[in-house]
Design a protein around this ligand. Structure first.
Ligand code: IMP
Ligand code: MG
Length: 182
């Protein structure tokens, strides 16, 4: 058992089990990168917009698995606060510098839970007239049907609270190289 699973009791929380190993994640991201690479052309001027903070590791690994010219930007939307339940309130704290106009844009999200974040962000990004706008989510709990479903999903996730590989609980656990349940 990885050392961190034994010892990680940050904030009084103990990890339960590993849901996706480092190797599961690595392999799946290689597949997604290949699929994205074949879905676009260099002329599309691909722009990946990562939703911070949760997607920071996913974006870093995904862009290296895509064999096309692309640019990367980030967006900060806050919805969760310090708890395990979404407040439904989505605030934009940082907006991409890059213009989305006439570009192929992929919004990269760590996990789809209630769908509130994506349902509120997509119309705001559409308003900037990208040539296309798709969602790539590492995890999808499949609790809801989104107004726009992600074109790419890494894993259909169990309905548990997951941490690691960017996902946090009250800002802890983001650095774990695997995804575990709390
Ligand atoms: P939604 O708006 O309810 O779909 O939630 C989206 C955001 O909530 C994600 O980007 C995560 O930051 C956070 N979130 C949802 N489920 C989990 C989880 O199981 N672990 C950690 N963060 C989560
Ligand atoms: Mg997030």
């Amino acid at each position: 058992m990885p050392r961190l699973l034994e010892n990680n009791r940050l904030g009084g929380q103990k990890l339960q089990r590993i849901v996706y190993t480092e190797e599961d994640i690595r392999r799946r991201i290689q597949e997604m990168g290949a699929e994205i690479s074949s879905a676009y052309h260099a002329a599309d001027r691909l722009l990946l917009v990562g939703l911070l903070k949760g997607s920071f590791l996913f974006v870093a690994d995904l862009v290296r698995a895509i064999d096309l010219p692309l640019q990367v930007d980030f967006l900060v939307a806050a919805s969760y606060g310090a708890g395990k339940k979404s407040t439904g309130d989505v605030r934009l704290l940082y907006d991409p510098e890059a213009s989305l106009r006439d570009r192929a844009v992929i919004l990269v999200e760590d996990i789809v839970d209630s769908g509130a974040t994506l349902n509120r962000l997509i119309p705001r990004l559409e308003a900037r007239s990208p040539a296309s706008l798709e969602i790539c989510a590492l995890l999808h709990k499949r609790l809801v049907t989104l107004d726009r479903e992600p074109r790419w999903v890494g894993f259909d996730a169990p309905n548990e609270f997951l941490v690691g590989y960017g996902l946090d609980y009250a800002e802890d656990f983001r650095h774990l190289p695997y995804i575990a349940s709390l």
